[in-house]
Design a protein around this ligand. Structure first.
Ligand SMILES: Nc1nc2c(ncn2[C@@H]2O[C@H](COP(=O)(O)OP(=O)(O)OP(=O)(O)O)[C@@H](O)[C@H]2O)c(=O)[nH]1
Ligand SMILES: [Mg+2]
Length: 306
């Protein structure tokens, strides 16, 4: 994976270029869509809502097109300081975007979060495309209900139906982006897929493993910091801390006889191996950082607040 620019900027081509913000309720499939477009698993994805916590840039370059996708947290009513930081990340993505993809999930009836999403999209200063995702799992009636809800608030938005897991179903959307984005010079090296540090992507993938292994509220109470990342040899050696809010959560994360932390480590090592194109050896610590989701200074330390 290339995260840093390798060619001089003067050598980058011209084409249709712009920032494309991903807006939608939690679990709508924004990060899945980004990963499929990039052809790499870089953004954390899970069946649980509120997986994404901060803005993430994914660069899609093709002949004559550079779409700079901005993944964002899902729109919801914030319950804590972390939620406020996620709101700020959404605001920043919307302010930066040349075009917004408003993702709707027709497998669920329109609810309060959809209203927040649609109202936000309707206030946007740039064009909005309505994307009905998960059409592989939603019948025609459910798709029509979701489309009607959003179209009432976004009457001008063109509609795309797709399955974010299925690359060919994204082609009409990518073709429309090529038409809609402004002309200009590429803004990133065409070889680069993100500007994020590999260790920060690694931290997200470790948290993705926590979301898969743990249930209910516990994974949401976890923040991951990478304390060491040694990628000069093989295996890549990583040390990370899982921060939880309470002793009771620490006991669940460690598990009986260390079984849970071992399962998290094994799952995370596989994800890190995919990221690093080679084996990874992970050491994990669990630390209680009381009420970190409410504390600005810790949110800054964990790079969740700007
Ligand atoms: N069947 C099906 N599942 C999908 C599709 N798109 C996403 N999913 C699943 O939906 C769940 C949520 O996907 P995410 O990409 O994490 O959703 P998100 O919008 O980024 O969620 P937040 O980060 O919480 O805002 C995961 O289990 C995905 O595998 C789709 O088109 N079809
Ligand atoms: Mg996400």
């Amino acid at each position: 994976m290339t995260t840093t620019d390798t060619q001089p900027q003067a050598a980058w081509p011209q084409g249709r270029v712009g920032y494309v913000g991903l807006l939608g309720r939690p679990n709508a499939g924004k990060s899945t869509l980004l990963n499929t477009i990039l052809g790499q698993h870089l953004a954390a994805v899970s069946a649980q809502p509120q997986t994404t916590r901060r803005r993430f840039l994914g660069v899609y370059s093709a002949p004559g097109l550079q779409a700079l996708f901005l993944d964002a947290p899902g729109v919801h009513r914030p319950a804590h300081e972390l939620g406020q930081c996620m709101e700020s990340a959404i605001d920043r993505v919307l302010a930066e975007s040349d075009l917004i993809l408003c993702l709707a999930d027709p497998t669920r009836p329109p609810g309060a979060e959809d209203l927040l999403v649609a109202e936000r999209a309707a206030r946007a200063a740039c064009p909005v495309f309505l994307v009905l995702n998960k059409v592989d799992r939603a019948g025609a009636a459910d798709q029509a209900r979701q489309e009607a809800f959003y179209r009432e608030r976004l009457p001008q938005a063109p509609v795309f139906r797709l399955c974010a897991l299925d690359r060919p179903s994204l082609e009409p959307l990518l073709a429309a982006l090529r038409e809609a984005l402004p002309a200009g010079p590429f803004l990133h090296d065409p070889e680069a897929v993100t500007d994020a540090y590999t260790r920060d992507i690694g931290a997200e993938l470790i948290r993705e493993a926590c979301l898969e292994q743990l249930r209910q509220e516990v994974p949401h109470a976890i923040a991951v910091t990478v304390d060491e990342w040694l990628d000069s040899g093989s295996p890549v050696r990583v040390q990370a801390t899982l921060h939880v809010e309470r002793d009771s959560q620490k006991r669940i994360v460690v598990g009986r006889g260390g079984a849970m932390i071992k399962a998290i480590r094994t799952a995370a090592e596989q994800k890190l191996a995919g990221l690093c194109d080679g084996p990874a050896a992970l050491r994990l610590w669990v630390k209680v950082s009381p009420d970190w989701r409410q504390r600005r200074s810790l949110l800054r330390d964990f790079r969740l607040a700007e």
